[in-house]
Design a protein around this ligand. Structure first.
Ligand code: GLV
Ligand code: MN
Ligand code: MN
Length: 420
């Protein structure tokens, strides 16, 4: 049994979560807006760095903007055990996605330090930069750089809605995109990595389970469809003489839904979460429509096949309607099955707390998915109320977050060989 005094403290976790929630773009509407590679994301990392330094940990930030705090172990020759998550958000987010894993890591660090818990391995507490794909299309930039899955050559080619490239955004917050190779993690330097996160779905809640461990993390294929029609007067142009980009876009959106619902694509989720129409006037037929498409899957072939089918069928629709179509590939991350030995260890740590964890797949992407290319990773999930995430209504009880944090702390000690 984990010693009672290693139970996470709810009031401390609440204070941390509330502190990060105050760091949001002014005038950005409801919820938290703290996008990747912005001064606000860096401020959040600075809060983490300050708090970890105050605890006596050694903190550094790498060229990708990841912030890493280290607690030395009794045997400096051993590779590190890591935990952490991210502090950036989508626009108008809640206050839990990513934040819970960082606050859980901070509380775990405090428990280990204040109770002078001996451990053999160094333990590293990590905040990854730019996990959300909302700004640049590509998710998990900081952890992908650490895993060697993205490098300096890719950063100038990915842009946000204002045409700012990933490389420019990094430089604007005093990071050096040309030096990101130095942020790469060496496998020999790591023993394992565990991420605590909210579920962002409704499986745990529906099952009445307070904790879960993840067996598989979904992948995503993302692209932009740019439809070009002919702008013209909405009153003067008869219906049969139109090349309306919006009606074509509407047909494409419904096609995407139908393909994801097709029994051959079971488990696939496809979303058009953003549409832009130009010129965007009520009295002008749309001359252009741009759709951002996110195809998520638990099977690599099915995920990519669905994406290809969407593009092929969109070409047919546009050709029939006299609309031009250009496709721009944004990102492709395959699903990842997490190693059973880490998962079984996390489950054993949960059972020590008297909890039977639910084993479940993750529908969302995570830094742990990328880091699994460097070192074996595992994930602990806590429930999301009504399964909602990427919205201000996102919520997880502080009691469940504390339970997840205690399970995380026990998992770190178990990986260190301190607990059976
Ligand atoms: C990350 O939050 C994702 O979009 O899966
Ligand atoms: Mn997240
Ligand atoms: Mn997210």
């Amino acid at each position: 049994m984990i010693p009672v005094d290693l139970a996470a403290d709810q009031a401390r976790l609440r204070e941390l979560i509330d502190t990060f929630a105050t760091l949001s773009e002014p005038d950005s509407g409801p919820g938290v807006t703290r996008l990747a590679y912005t001064p606000l994301e860096r401020r959040a990392h600075a809060v983490f760095a300050d708090r970890m330094s105050a605890l006596g940990l050694t903190v550094h930030s790498d060229a990708a903007g990841n912030t890493i705090a280290e607690l030395p172990g009794d045997d400096p020759a051993l590779p590190a055990i890591g935990t952490g998550s991210h502090l950036d958000s989508v626009p108008n987010a809640g206050s839990y996605d990513g934040i819970v894993g960082v606050c859980g890591a901070m509380e775990a660090a405090r428990l280990l330090v204040e109770h002078r818990v001996r451990h053999r391995h160094p333990v590293r507490f990590v905040v990854f930069a730019a996990e959300e794909g909302a700004r640049f299309g590509q998710a998990c930039t900081g952890s992908r750089i650490a895993a060697g899955l993205t490098g300096a050559d890719d950063l100038p080619g990915k842009h946000d809605a204002n045409g700012v490239s990933l490389a420019e955004a990094m430089a604007s917050v005093a990071l050096d995109p040309a030096a990101v190779h130095s942020a790469r993690w060496a496998p020999a330097d790591w023993a394992a990595f565990v991420e605590l996160h909210i579920e962002q779905g409704g499986v745990l809640e529906a099952a009445g389970a307070r904790i879960g461990v993840v067996d598989l993390i979904s992948g995503s294929t993302r692209f932009r469809l740019e439809l070009t029609g002919r702008a013209s007067h909405s009153g003067g142009t008869p219906m049969h003489l139109r090349a309306d980009a919006v009606t074509a876009a509407a047909e494409v959106v419904l096609l995407i839904e139908a393909l994801a619902n097709d029994e051959h694509n079971e488990g696939t989720r496809a979303t058009v979460g953003k549409i832009e129409v130009a010129p965007g006037s009520m009295t002008t037929i749309a001359g252009a429509a741009t759709l951002w498409v996110d195809v998520r899957g638990t099977d690599t072939d099915r995920q990519r096949r669905t994406a290809r089918e969407i593009v092929a069928k969109a070409e047919e629709i546009c050709a029939r309607r006299g609309i031009g179509l250009r496709t721009e590939h944004l990102a492709d991350t395959p699903p990842v099955r997490l190693p059973a030995e880490v998962r079984d260890g996390l489950a054993a740590a949960c059972r020590m707390l008297g909890l039977e964890p639910r084993v479940l797949p993750s529908g969302a992407s995570h830094d742990a998915q990328q880091i699994n290319h460097v070192t074996p990773t595992g994930m602990i999930f806590v429930p999301s109320r009504d399964g909602i995430s990427h919205d201000p209504a996102e919520w997880t009880s502080i009691a469940d977050i504390a339970l997840g944090t205690t399970a995380l702390t026990a998992s770190l000690l178990r990986l260190d060989g301190r607990l059976p």
